[in-house]
Design a protein around this ligand. Structure first.
Ligand SMILES: Nc1ncnc2c1ncn2[C@@H]1O[C@H](COP(=O)(O)OP(=O)(O)OP(=O)(O)O)[C@@H](O)[C@H]1O
Ligand SMILES: [Mg+2]
Length: 226
């Protein structure tokens, strides 16, 4: 199997008015092709910080992240944006859809950013929306969607460019248990079909149970539980 993502001696400190806050340091983590990992841990321990570093949405204070053995933080900002756009999909707790755009347009954005002509980007978006069962919501704006539907649109957007790696921060955290279960089953189906690697930050044991590996983040440490 080939390596998808690796954290090497990863550390993050945030500057505070007085001194710095060290969230973690020296973290090691590796995920191979098609593997899924859940990251659990109490609020404030650094899960989102970790996920943001894996996806290069933020820069580490020490160490680095390699995606397919390429050191992400050695790349220039244009190259890094390109890698993020083509190879990584993000799903957030609060969906982060663009309110002025329809479901279809939201899902088409990554393909447009990758340089696909509008027609082709829209055709791709329609196909992925169908994959998450929302073809009949294509022309709706986020405000006209339920929470579960918004998250399905966000998942479609994350998968639009067929990423190698999906990073999801509490993907069911803002949904009732039933809707959360639906979204989880959808993610599991998509993962089985497409075979992307995934890191899911979650408080939900059921989400963790869907993942092959489970980690607990605790006081600056990332421990493998299962
Ligand atoms: N931009 C920032 N500046 C300063 N401190 C920050 C910043 N972002 C996060 N922190 C701090 O870093 C720590 C880890 O935050 P993080 O958001 O990673 O936690 P989390 O595990 O995702 O928590 P939750 O489960 O509540 O989402 C917290 O103490 C937080 O206050
Ligand atoms: Mg968080």
């Amino acid at each position: 199997m080939s390596e998808i993502v690796r954290a090497v001696g990863l550390g993050k400190e945030y500057p505070l008015p007085k001194g710095t806050l060290r969230v973690f340091s020296g973290l090691e983590f590796c995920l191979e092709e098609g593997e899924t990992a859940a990251v659990m841990g109490v609020s404030g321990v650094g899960k989102t910080t970790f996920l943001n570093l894996l996806g290069a949405l933020d820069r580490p204070s020490e160490g680095t992240v390699r995606l397919e053995e390429v050191d992400l933080f050695s790349l220039g900002s244009r190259e890094l944006a390109k890698v993020r756009n083509r190879k990584i999909g993000f799903v957030f707790q609060f969906f982060h859809l663009l309110p002025e755009f329809t479901s279809m347009e939201n899902v088409a954005i990554p393909a447009l950013m990758a340089g696909f002509p509008r027609e082709k980007a829209m055709a791709r978006a329609a196909a992925v929306l169908a994959e998450v069962g929302l073809e009949d919501r294509a022309s709706f704006r986020p405000a006209q969607l339920s929470g579960g539907e918004m998250q399905r649109v966000a998942i479609a957007r994350a998968l639009a460019n067929e990423p190698l790696l999906l990073l999801a921060d509490e993907p069911t955290g803002n949904l009732d248990w039933k809707t959360g279960e639906l979204v989880l089953r959808l993610l599991a189906d998509l993962q089985a079909r497409r075979g992307f690697a995934a890191v899911l930050v979650t408080h939900n044991e059921k989400v963790a149970a869907f993942c092959r590996k489970t980690y607990l983040m605790e006081r600056g440490d990332l421990k493998r539980l299962a």
